[in-house]
Design a binder for this molecule. Structure first.
Ligand SMILES: [Zn+2]
Ligand SMILES: [Zn+2]
Length: 148
């Protein structure tokens, strides 16, 4: 899974283990890992082990580098294929995207649990929910703003 250190902002990949603190490779700041609310064997995360937030969403585990490489190849081939390469490779891109498994992501700390499979409660990314969970905005706030 991919996480980001809250002390120094470094993003890094790590394995979380039940009850084992997770140290940052850069500043050594260790974060507590919750012992329950998730199950690695069952590939389930109900509550974020790192921040205790129980709002998570599903996201395609897409390799952005691969996507970029495909687009660049498409662009490079344009003079020989009269632009067809672009269309073909963006098609390939799309197919790869839909074949990818889902990962589970925490709304609050953005940690990506790549080995977890989303449960029925964990839907697609919701910007409104993201703002509420992350920045502490309330639902009431949003509605008032919309009416104004
Ligand atoms: Zn750090
Ligand atoms: Zn979290």
């Amino acid at each position: 899974m991919r996480t980001q250190c809250r002390e120094c902002g470094l993003g890094f990949g790590a394995e979380v283990e039940r009850g084992q603190p997770l140290p940052c490779p850069n500043c050594q700041h260790a974060r507590e890992v919750a012992a329950d609310g998730w199950d690695a064997a069952a590939a389930k995360v109900d509550r974020c082990p790192l921040c205790g937030c129980d709002h998570l969403y599903r996201q395609r585990d897409f390799n952005r580098t691969l996507g970029c490489v495909l687009v660049i190849i498409g662009i490079l081939l344009v003079p020989w294929t009269y632009g067809l390469s672009l269309i073909v490779l963006s098609g390939v891109d799309l197919v790869i995207y839909y074949m990818l498994p889902f990962a589970v992501v925490c709304y609050r700390c953005d940690t990506v649990y790549r080995d977890a499979r989303p449960g029925p409660r964990q839907g697609e990314f919701d910007l409104l929910k993201h703002d509420v969970v992350k920045y502490g905005k309330t639902w009431v706030d949003k509605r008032e703003k919309r009416q104004a």
